[in-house]
Design a protein around this ligand. Structure first.
Ligand SMILES: [Ca+2]
Ligand SMILES: [Ca+2]
Ligand SMILES: [Ca+2]
Ligand SMILES: [Ca+2]
Length: 479
C-alpha cells in the first residue's frame, strides 16, 4: 500500500496518511480547499478511494474520504486536478478513473468537503459523469472509457466565467465538460455521419480525431468517401495524453493543448506523438474543437519504439505538455518529453523550435514532464531553452564506461567521447535533476494541473510539480 508523507524543510517527517488503498498514481492536490487557512492534501488510490488530509496537532489527519465507485467497479484514480470551478472561493477537486463499465463514470468532481460537487442551479446528479443523462446526448449519447493516464485539465474554454474540465479517454476521445457536468458542443462544422443521427451536431467527446485534416473534413463534415480506419488512416489516441489549457495566441481565448499518440495498423501501432491544439467554444462556438491556426497539420515527434503487449518496463512516458513562454515574447511555447526519447519545444504558431535527445540512443525509454522555471531569477520566465529543465530517468543507454575517472563524464560526451561544449554541458549537468521551484505568481506560468496561464495560476494555490508521474505505463485495456 502506498502512503502519503509530509516532511518539513529539513526532511523531518511531519505526518503520514494511509486512508487510500493500493497505489497512489496521480500526483495529489495540495490546496486550501475551503479557504480556512489550512492546506489540504487530496490523494486518490485504488478501489475507488480518495482522501483529503490536513496537518494538524502534529499529525496528518483525514479530513474526508470519498468514493469513485460506480457501475459495479471500484477503479483506480489516475488523474487529479483542482480549481475553483465556479469562482466562489472554494476549490473543487476533479478525479478521473479507470472505470470501463458501460454504466460507470470516469469523471468525479468533489467540493471542498468531499461531497459530489453540485453547482448552484444544478440538480443533485450533476456529477459524476458520464451518467444516465448523457445516454441520449445529441441522439448518439456520450460514453467514456478508462481514463488511464493523468487525463484531466481545467481552464476556461468559453464565454461563461466558470471553468471547463477537459478529459481524455481510452476510447480515443477528448471531451470538454461544463462545470455543471454537461458536455460542450463542438463546432457545427462537425456533424454526425451515422445514419441514425445523420447531420446532427456533436459534442467534443462524440467523435474520433484523425491526424489528417482532410480525413476529418471528408468524414466529419462532408460525409463522403469510405469511412476511415486505422488500417488505412492515422487516428489520434488520447488515452495517456494530459490536456492543458492555455491561450497560445494571446487573444483572450484559451485553447486545449494535448499530445495524443498517432496510431495506425492493427494492432494499433504508435507512429508519432502529435502536438495538437484545439480551439475553445467561445462566442458562437463556431471554432469549438477545431484545429488552432498553425496546428492544422500538427507537428509530430519521431516514431517511438514499438512496444509489444506485455512490454511494460521501462514504462512509456506520458507526454504532458508544459505550456510556458521560454522565448520571452509573451506567447507561450509547448514543451514536452515524448517517448521517442526527446524533449520538444513547439512554438505557439506550430513551429518546432528544438528537439533535445535525452535518451541518447535508448529505445525503450521515458521521461517525466518538463518543469520550467526562472532558475537564475533574471525576471524572465525562462529566457533560454537551456533553462527548460527536464527530470529524466534513463533506463537504457547506460554510459559506455560505468566507472569513468573523476570529472571525466563532464568533460566528454558519454557516447561519442567528444568534448562537450559548455552550453551542452550545462544542460547535461541539470538533466538528471528535478527542479522543484515555486514560481513567482504573475511572472512564471506554472506547469502543473490545468495549466491555464497566468490567471488560474495566480488564483489557485495547489502545487503539483510533476503532473506526469510515469511510474507505470498508463495504457490499460484497448478497445
Ligand atoms: Ca482548508
Ligand atoms: Ca468553487
Ligand atoms: Ca467557462
Ligand atoms: Ca487563444
Amino acid at each position: 500500500m502506498y502512503s502519503t508523507f509530509v516532511f518539513d524543510a529539513r526532511g523531518r517527517q511531519l505526518g503520514k496518511g494511509t486512508a487510500t488503498k493500493g497505489r497512489v498514481y496521480a500526483p495529489g492536490v495540495v490546496a486550501d480547499l475551503d479557504g480556512d487557512g489550512t492546506t489540504e492534501i487530496v490523494v486518490g488510490g485504488n478501489e475507488g478511494t480518495v482522501a483529503a488530509y490536513r496537518l494538524r496537532g502534529g499529525a496528518l489527519q483525514t479530513a474526508w474520504t470519498a468514493s469513485t465507485a460506480s457501475g459495479g467497479q471500484a477503479p483506480e484514480a489516475r488523474g487529479m486536478a483542482a480549481a475553483d470551478l465556479d469562482g466562489d472561493g472554494r476549490t473543487e477537486v476533479v478525479v478521473t478513473t479507470t472505470n470501463t463499465a458501460s454504466d460507470g463514470a470516469q469523471v468525479f468532481v468533489f467540493d471542498a468537503e468531499g461531497d459530489l460537487y453540485r453547482p448552484a442551479g444544478a440538480g443533485p446528479g450533476a456529477w459524476p459523469r458520464y451518467n444516465a443523462s448523457d445516454r441520449g446526448f445529441n441522439g448518439q449519447g456520450n460514453q467514456g472509457y478508462g481514463a488511464y493516464g493523468l487525463n484531466v485539465g481545467i481552464g476556461n474554454l468559453d464565454d461563461d466565467p466558470q471553468m471547463e474540465i477537459v478529459v481524455t479517454f481510452d476510447n480515443h476521445q477528448i471531451n470538454v465538460f461544463n462545470h455543471d457536468g454537461t458536455s460542450v458542443l463542438a463546432s457545427p462544422w462537425f456533424t454526425n455521419r451515422q445514419s441514425a443521427f445523420a447531420g446532427r451536431r456533436m459534442g467534443w467527446g462524440q467523435f474520433i480525431r484523425w491526424l489528417s485534416p482532410v480525413v476529418e473534413r471528408n468524414h466529419h463534415h462532408l460525409h463522403r468517401g469510405p469511412w476511415p480506419h486505422p488500417r488505412r488512416q492515422t487516428w489520434l489516441q488520447w488515452t495517456a495524453s494530459p490536456p492543458s489549457v492555455a491561450d497560445l495566441n494571446r487573444d483572450g481565448r484559451n485553447e486545449v493543448i494535448g499530445l495524443p499518440n498517432t496510431e495506425r495498423k492493427e494492432p494499433y501501432e504508435t507512429q508519432a506523438y502529435a502536438f495538437m491544439v484545439l480551439d475553445g467554444a467561445h462566442g458562437d462556438g463556431s471554432r469549438s474543437a477545431r484545429r488552432h491556426p498553425g496546428f492544422v497539420n500538427p507537428p509530430l515527434s519521431r516514431k517511438p519504439a514499438v512496444r509489444g503487449s506485455g512490454d511494460w518496463y521501462p514504462p512509456s512516458g506520458i507526454p504532458a505538455p508544459t505550456v510556458v513562454d521560454i522565448t520571452g515574447d509573451a506567447r507561450p511555447e509547448i514543451v514536452a518529453s515524448v517517448p521517442d526519447g526527446a524533449v520538444y519545444a513547439v512554438g505557439p504558431t506550430g513551429r518546432k523550435l528544438w528537439r533535445f535527445d535525452y535518451a541518447r540512443g535508448g529505445r525503450r525509454t521515458f521521461a517525466s514532464e518538463v518543469v520550467a522555471a526562472d532558475l537564475n531569477r533574471d525576471g524572465r520566465a525562462v529566457a533560454q531553452r537551456r533553462a527548460a529543465h527536464c527530470a529524466v530517468r534513463r533506463r537504457e543507454a547506460p554510459p559506455r564506461d560505468p566507472h569513468p575517472p573523476p570529472g571525466h563524464q563532464r568533460e566528454r560526451h558519454r557516447h561519442s567521447r567528444r568534448p562537450v561544449h559548455r552550453r551542452h554541458r550545462r544542460r547535461r549537468e541539470t538533466g538528471d535533476r528535478a527542479h522543484l521551484i515555486r514560481p513567482r505568481p504573475g511572472r512564471v506560468p506554472r506547469s502543473g494541473f490545468g495549466g491555464e496561464l497566468p490567471a488560474v495560476a495566480d488564483r489557485t494555490r495547489w502545487a503539483v510539480a510533476f503532473r506526469s508521474r510515469t511510474r507505470n505505463r498508463a495504457v490499460g485495456t484497448r478497445r
